[in-house]
Design a protein around this ligand. Structure first.
Ligand code: FES
Length: 130
């Protein structure tokens, strides 16, 4: 059994419209991504500056860049990733209760953060905390 020619043409036309719509959405998304804000993370300990997209999780640095910031638990529980924020503290995601509690327990200084808990929303300068 075959479809009438008119029905087959209409079906192909709908599929083509859907395909064109999907391609336009993907192109729009790529354009949007390339236009997204970029920020700089400078790790003075390593004399390294990298450019990242808004919302970049600092924990991703351990897989993407060779820095001295060490990551252990990756969950805010071990303190291995403690950093000192030299500039741009307000450009990092706000501290959550778990991070606050941990840093308080460690008697951390006010400029120290756990890198695994930070997302970047502006330029920051950090160093490994000792
Ligand atoms: S990696 Fe353990 S606290 Fe950040």
């Amino acid at each position: 059994m075959s479809l009438p020619a008119g029905l087959l043409t209409a079906n192909l036309s709908l599929e083509l419209d859907l395909y064109v719509h999907l391609v336009q959405q993907i192109k729009g998304r790529k354009h949007h991504m390339s236009d997204s804000k970029k920020h700089k993370i400078s790790v003075t300990t390593d004399d390294l500056t990298i450019e990242v997209a808004d919302g970049y999780a600092m924990i991703d640095m351990c897989e993407e860049h060779d820095t001295s910031i060490l990551f252990g638990c990756r969950d805010g529980a071990c303190g291995a990733c403690m950093i000192r924020v030299k500039e741009g503290a307000k450009s990092l995601s706000p501290m959550q209760e778990d991070e606050k509690d941990f840093l308080e327990t460690m008697a951390a200084e006010p400029d120290e953060r756990l890198a695994c808990q930070c997302k970047v929303h502006g330029d920051v300068v950090v160093e490994v905390s000792e």
